[in-house]
Ligand binder design. Structure first.
Ligand code: SAH
Ligand code: SF4
Ligand code: F3S
Length: 474
C-alpha cells in the first residue's frame, strides 16, 4: 500500500527534476531573471518560496524590479475583490513593458486562477499573459515553463482535482533561520463569505512523518523557527489513514533538536481542543501566540457566516488560553459589512474586542465573492456604512492594543532579530515569542538570534526597546 502511494510521487519529482535540468541547459549563459509578486496569505507566500526554488535550480536569478525581469510571475489571491483588481491593474501596466522587451514572459498562478470566470477573462482579454496555472499544479511548474517557451499561445493548465500532495519541491527562503511548513492544504469549512474552499479544494493533511522529516532537514540546514501552515490547523490529521491530532504533532515537532520556536496559522475556534491548550502550556518551544479569527462578535452573524461558535464560546476559549499561558498574545481577523449586519451586531463585535483584549488584528470590509452563499444574500450592506463600522472597529482595536502594549513597558521580551531596521540602520527589527514586532539597537551579526529586550516605548503596532544582558542564545 505504502509503495503504491510513494511511487507516483517520486515519479513526479523526477519529471520535475528533468524539466528543471532541461530549462537550465536551454537558457545556459543567458542570465535569465525572474520577479515573483505574492498576494494573499502565508500559503501563497510559501508556494512562492517553492516557485523561486524551482526557478533558481533552473538557473534564473531574481531581478530587482519586475519591469526588468524576463519572467514576471504573479501568485494571486481572490479572497477579496481588491486583490484581484490589483492583478488586472498590473497586467495592464506590464503590457507596455512587454512590447519593449519581447523576451519578457508573464505567468499567473494561485487562487484567482481557480475561478473559471477569471481564466476566461484572461484568455479573452489578456492575450499577453503567457502562462496560467492553478494552485494544484505547482509541482508541474518547470514543465509548464517549458511548454510556455515552446508555444506561441497562452498556456493554461488547471486541474480541479485537489487530491494529491507532492513532497520535496525545492524552495528559497527569505530567512535562513526560519521557515514555513505546510501541514495541510485546502479547507472544508465553507464559511458563507469565503472562496478559499472553492479554490484550494478539500482539506488534506500531510502525514506526520513527512512533516517531521522536512522539519528535521530544515533544522540540519540551520533553521531555528518553524511556522506550521494550514487554513484550519486544529482539524489537522483527522482524515489521515491513521488519524493524529494537531496537539500530538506539536509534541512531536517539539522533540526536534535545533528548533527553538514553533508557531502555527490559522486556527478555527470551533475545533479548538483542551488537548491543544495543554500542548501550548506544556511545550516551551511552542510560542505564546494564538491567531484566532473572530470574524464577528454577534451570534446572529456568526450563525449566518456558518462559523459554528458563539460570542460566549469564543470568549471562553480566550479565557482558557490566557489561564493556561498567561503571557499569551491573542490576535484575530475581523470582518464588517457582512450581509444583514446591523449597528447592534457591530456593538457585539466591539464588546468582544474589549473583553478579549486582542494584541493585533487583521480587519476587513466584507467583499462579495461570486459563488459563495453570502454573495446571494439579499441584505448586502452599502460600502459607506461598512466603512463607518470598519473605522469604529479599528479605533476600538487600537485602544485595546495601546493598553496591552503599555502594560509591556519595562518588561523583557525575547526577540529574535530578523533584519536591519529599514529606517535606522543601527537598529534591528524582530519578533518576540508573542509575535510582537520589536525594534531595538543592535548589529547585523545578531540576526537570527534571540535577544532579551527591555521594552521602553509602545507605538500601537510595534514596540521599541533596548537589549539587556547580552544574547541569550548564540
Ligand atoms: N482560514 C482562516 C482564514 C483565511 S482567509 C480562518 O478561517 O480563520 C483570511 C481572512 O480573510 C478571514 O479570516 C476573513 O476575515 C477574511 N475574509 C475571507 N473572506 C472574505 C470576504 N469575502 N470578504 C472580506 N474578508 C474575507
Ligand atoms: Fe475560509 Fe472559513 Fe475556510 Fe477560513 S475556515 S479558509 S474563512 S472557509
Ligand atoms: Fe488568498 Fe488563496 Fe490565501 S484566496 S487568502 S491566497 S488561500
Amino acid at each position: 500500500m505504502r509503495e503504491e502511494i510513494m511511487a507516483p510521487r517520486s515519479e513526479r519529482g523526477l519529471q520535475q527534476e528533468a524539466a528543471i535540468k532541461r530549462l537550465a541547459e536551454r537558457f545556459s549563459g543567458q542570465n535569465m531573471t525572474y520577479r515573483i509578486t505574492t498576494l494573499g496569505c502565508q500559503m501563497n507566500a510559501h508556494d512562492s518560496e517553492k516557485l523561486a526554488g524551482i526557478l533558481s535550480d533552473a538557473g534564473f536569478t531574481e531581478a530587482e524590479r519586475e519591469e526588468d525581469a524576463d519572467l514576471v510571475l504573479y501568485n494571486t489571491c481572490c479572497v477579496r475583490e481588491n486583490a484581484e483588481l490589483k492583478v488586472y491593474g498590473r497586467l495592464g501596466y506590464l503590457k507596455g513593458y512587454k512590447r519593449r522587451n519581447p523576451k519578457m514572459r508573464i505567468a499567473l498562478c494561485g487562487c484567482m486562477m481557480q475561478e473559471p470566470t477569471v481564466v476566461e477573462k484572461l484568455n479573452k482579454s489578456y492575450p499577453w499573459v503567457d502562462l496560467v496555472f492553478g494552485t494544484h499544479n505547482l509541482y508541474r511548474f518547470a514543465e509548464l515553463l517549458e511548454e510556455m517557451y515552446d508555444a506561441d499561445r497562452q498556456v493554461i493548465e488547471l486541474w480541479d482535482k485537489a487530491d494529491r500532495i507532492v513532497e520535496d519541491l525545492p524552495s528559497i527562503r527569505k530567512h535562513t533561520f526560519k521557515a514555513s511548513v505546510n501541514i495541510m492544504f485546502g479547507c472544508d469549512n465553507f464559511c458563507t463569505y469565503c472562496i478559499v474552499p472553492y479554490v484550494r479544494g478539500r482539506e488534506r493533511s500531510r502525514k506526520p512523518e513527512d512533516i517531521l522529516r522536512e522539519i528535521r532537514t530544515l533544522a540540519d540546514e540551520g533553521v531555528r523557527e518553524i511556522e506550521l501552515l494550514g487554513q484550519n490547523v486544529n482539524s489537522y490529521g483527522k482524515n489521515l489513514e491513521e488519524p493524529v491530532s494537531f496537539a500530538k504533532l506539536l509534541y512531536e515537532v517539539s522533540k526536534i533538536e535545533g528548533i527553538d520556536r514553533i508557531r502555527f496559522m490559522t486556527s478555527h475556534p470551533k475545533d479548538l481542543s483542551d488537548e491543544l491548550i495543554a500542548a501550548m502550556r506544556d511545550c516551551p518551544k511552542v510560542c505564546p501566540h494564538f491567531h484566532l479569527p473572530l470574524q464577528s462578535g454577534s451570534d446572529r452573524i456568526l450563525a449566518r457566516m456558518n462559523r459554528h461558535y458563539t460570542k460566549a464560546q469564543y470568549l471562553d476559549i480566550v479565557r482558557r488560553l490566557r489561564e493556561a499561558v498567561p503571557e499569551i498574545a491573542v490576535t484575530t481577523d475581523i470582518m464588517t459589512g457582512f450581509p444583514g449586519e446591523t449597528e447592534e451586531d457591530v456593538e457585539d463585535t466591539l464588546s468582544v474586542i474589549r473583553e478579549a483584549r486582542f494584541d493585533n488584528a487583521f480587519t476587513f470590509i466584507y467583499s462579495r465573492r461570486v459563488g459563495t452563499p453570502a454573495a446571494s444574500y439579499p441584505d448586502q450592506i452599502p460600502e459607506e456604512t461598512a466603512k463607518v463600522w470598519f473605522d469604529r472597529i479599528h479605533k476600538t482595536l487600537e485602544d485595546v492594543m495601546n493598553a496591552r502594549n503599555t502594560e509591556r513597558i519595562g518588561k523583557t521580551l525575547y526577540v529574535r532579530a530578523e533584519e536591519i531596521n529599514s529606517h535606522d540602520k543601527s537598529m534591528l527589527t524582530g519578533r518576540s515569542a508573542e509575535n510582537l514586532l520589536v525594534h531595538f539597537k543592535g548589529d547585523p551579526s545578531q540576526i537570527g538570534r534571540i535577544i532579551p529586550v527591555e521594552i521602553d516605548e509602545q507605538m500601537t503596532y510595534y514596540l521599541i526597546g533596548h537589549p539587556v544582558g547580552g544574547p541569550c542564545n548564540a
